[in-house]
Design a protein around this ligand. Structure first.
Ligand SMILES: Nc1nc2c(ncn2[C@@H]2O[C@H](COP(=O)(O)OP(=O)(O)OP(=O)(O)O)[C@@H](O)[C@H]2O)c(=O)[nH]1
Ligand SMILES: [Mg+2]
Length: 338
């Protein structure tokens, strides 16, 4: 079993508290060019620009014909598939649109478009399930995902988001694998003025175990535990993360209270395979979908909703600290078809 490393000056465990120093040069990207004054709605609009151009814009042109016929449905199918909506969700949306067109005798572009948007909202609404962190203190949130998906950056953003809700936060540097992973999390810790529990090297489970005890002693509301990136095909690493989960459970019965899988929206349909594999290994309770700004494949959300629904807790639309927020289906669809 992993040993709990007591905090002492000799201990290799660090506790980085509220340093006022500027973040080191390895610090995360500063806020987006748009600046912190830009509201979430604008960030979402900006972030979805590519998917909107590929899907929303072309759909508009298509619907300007003003008639829902077989040819239009065929072309719409192509557009949806190209945006990574996936076959199952595409068929569902087309059926839904057909039914609405018939029932409501839709014959003008804006009403057809509104009907498709409504079909999208119906499909995505079940994913809208905000994370409740109030039932446990500390609420232990573990992030997992493949290399570079955006786990550490999302933790940095979440730390700010939760603090903004009046919660106290502690970060656990559970990525003891990649060089500089710890420094990256420390930089986010400094930026948010929150404690980061880390070790020079060693076992990720031990670091997180330590962090949970520190959080309990300090009456911290939320622990955000980083983990190293791994591919579902790396069996030993998948076993390792399953062990991390078990150790958390030992440290805090009932924990982790949330297992967040971070998915990079750029990977499109592969997101489903990753979700299935991580779910089998660690039981995914929620999703963070990152990098929606860098892709035209934002439609993958619909594929997830249709084929492997899990609460989509947060979406990321940029590298800035304010570029992550809870998923709201209606706002998302509005931004998609604006
Ligand atoms: N454009 C954009 N970039 C993002 C977003 N989220 C994360 N990134 C970038 O993606 C890169 C990887 O992010 P990390 O947070 O280091 O990813 P990770 O999953 O922790 O990576 P590993 O620890 O190596 O597995 C960084 O350059 C981030 O700035 C997003 O929503 N939009
Ligand atoms: Mg990382």
């Amino acid at each position: 079993m992993t040993a709990f490393l007591p905090r002492s000056p000799e201990s290799p465990m660090f506790s980085f508290l509220k340093s006022k120093e500027a973040a080191p040069s390895a610090s995360p990207a500063s806020s987006v060019a748009a600046g912190p004054s830009v509201g979430w709605r604008d960030r979402l609009m900006g972030g979805l620009a590519r998917t909107r151009a590929h899907l929303g814009g072309r759909v508009k042109t298509l619907f300007s014909r003003g008639k829902v016929d077989e040819k239009l449905l065929e072309e719409l199918e192509e557009l949806l598939l190209a945006a990574d909506v996936g076959m199952a969700a595409t068929q569902r949306l087309l059926e839904d649109l057909k039914a609405r067109a018939k029932a409501e005798r839709l014959e003008d572009a804006s009403r057809i478009q509104a009907a498709l948007a409504a079909a999208f909202v119906d499909l995505l609404a079940p994913l809208e399930a905000p994370l409740d962190t109030t039932a446990h203190r500390p609420c232990i949130i573990m992030l997992a995902g493949v290399n570079g998906a955006g786990k550490t950056t999302s933790i940095g953003k979440l730390a700010k988001y939760f603090q903004g809700q009046g919660k106290s936060v502690l970060l656990a540097a559970g990525d003891t694998f990649r060089a500089a992973a710890r420094e990256q999390l420390l930089a986010w810790g400094e930026r948010n003025q929150v404690t980061v529990i880390a070790q020079e090297s060693g076992d990720p489970a031990a670091v997180i175990f330590d962090a949970i005890h520190a959080a309990r002693a300090r009456k911290i509301d939320i622990v955000l535990a980083d983990t190293a990136g791994r591919l579902p095909s790396q069996q030993n690493l998948m076993e390792e993360i399953a062990k991390v989960r078990r150790v958390i459970q030992k440290a805090e019965p009932g924990g982790p209270h949330e297992v967040l899988l971070t998915l990079d929206a750029n990977i499109g349909q592969n997101a489903l395979q990753q979700l299935k594999a991580f779910d089998a290994a660690i039981g995914v309770s929620g999703l963070v979908l990152t990098k929606l700004d860098g892709t035209a494949k934002g439609g993958v959300i619909a594929a997830i909703a249709c084929q492997y629904p899990r609460p989509l807790r947060f979406i990321g639309v940029g590298e800035g600290i304010d570029d992550l927020r809870p998923f709201v289906a209606r706002d998302f669809v509005e931004a998609l078809f604006a």
